[in-house]
Design a protein around this ligand. Sequence first.
Ligand code: ZN
Length: 240
Amino acid sequence: MHRFLFGLLLLLSAGAASALSHAEVMAGAERQYRGYLRELQAQHQLDSDPVFHERVQRIVKPLIAQAMHDYPESAGWQWEVHTTPEGDDNAYAMAGGKLLVSRAYVDKLLLGDAELAMLLAHEIAHAVLRHNLLEYEEAMRLEPAWRERPFAELEDAVDNDSALMRKLAPLGLKQEAEADREGLKLAWRVGWPGAALARYYLKLVRASHAPNFEQHVHPAPSQRWKAAQELAGILEAAGR
Ligand SMILES: [Zn+2]
């Protein structure tokens, strides 16, 4: 009887964040992504630099093909990669393979093609490793009240609620290190030389002298550069 009631309660609570599925997370990401794209479109900033857009597409396509092969779940996704000349965010990937890349960031760091491949592979890794879903689950573990509240509120909170964001920071750092590692391996499998990929992090080290450069969400660039060099060395030694 109690078990039956419990089952009924679970059914009634559908829509709350308690039993979050990756499909729901992807649907939410899709909604947010469409919103960003609409804003960029309204400002004539969506895919508006054909040379940059073409360059990103050329580099990202083989990376996505490799990801679809290595992470079969992602073969069924509607992958999308858009670009913008400006943008506060450097680049991001949302659940389900929705990417946005800013030319301002790529220009600022003077990224060559292999370094841009590393940036894109890092973002792809976040998506295929389901980092969004894991972050929401961690938020619900840390603050169980989220299980009873609408998922849309949690979606907003992980980006805007500073107290929750502080609590999620340790997981964020772990996810960044994982995306660095798995992204480098992914791009290496596509055929990029490991050492050339690792140089993306050297560019970050150089740029990191600018104030407030991503320190709040990423491990120290010097640490990322060291880890990437080590991993590239291991991959090159093992052979392709
Ligand atoms: Zn990242």
